[in-house]
Ligand binder design. Structure first.
Ligand code: HEC
Length: 106
């Protein structure tokens, strides 16, 4: 019985770790394909396009303190020169990309 519980726990832990890794992977892919050109791979916008548009780094305290909902709204509706991603990315992709931006802020 103890062994069975142990196996069940290992299975649950593994499944959780895999789904977190998948979400990050999906967000990372979406980010690299759609966002990194302007926001740079590390989110600092330290790319030629990012510098030209004077994009705020995702690591700046102003962006860090924004809620996921606020970031999502900017991505969905667009902000400044950035066009909105409605219809281009699914809700799930936008959610994953916000999760990925949070990992860049650490
Ligand atoms: C054409 C260049 C460009 C691309 C591509 C781009 N962005 Fe942006 N992004 C901007 C600009 C410009 C702003 C507004 C300026 C600022 O916030 O400093 C902005 C703002 C944002 C903000 C709001 C930050 C804040 O301060 O509230 C988020 C979040 C964001 N972008 C996420 C994304 C994501 C996710 C993608 C990819 C799906 C993406 N951007 C693609 C140029 C771009």
């Amino acid at each position: 019985m103890k062994i069975q519980i142990g196996i069940a726990l290992v299975a649950i832990t593994t499944a959780t770790a895999v789904s977190i890794a998948l979400a990050q992977g999906a967000g990372a892919d979406t980010y690299k394909a759609n966002c990194a050109s302007c926001h740079a791979a590390d989110g600092t916008a330290n790319s030629p396009a990012g510098k030209m548009m004077k994009i705020t780094s995702f690591k700046s305290p102003d962006v860090i303190k924004k809620s996921n909902a606020e970031l999502t709204t900017s991505i969905v509706n667009g902000k400044g020169v950035m066009k909105g991603y409605t219809g281009k990315l699914t809700d799930a992709q936008i959610k994953d990309v916000v999760t990925y931006i949070r990992t860049l802020q650490k």
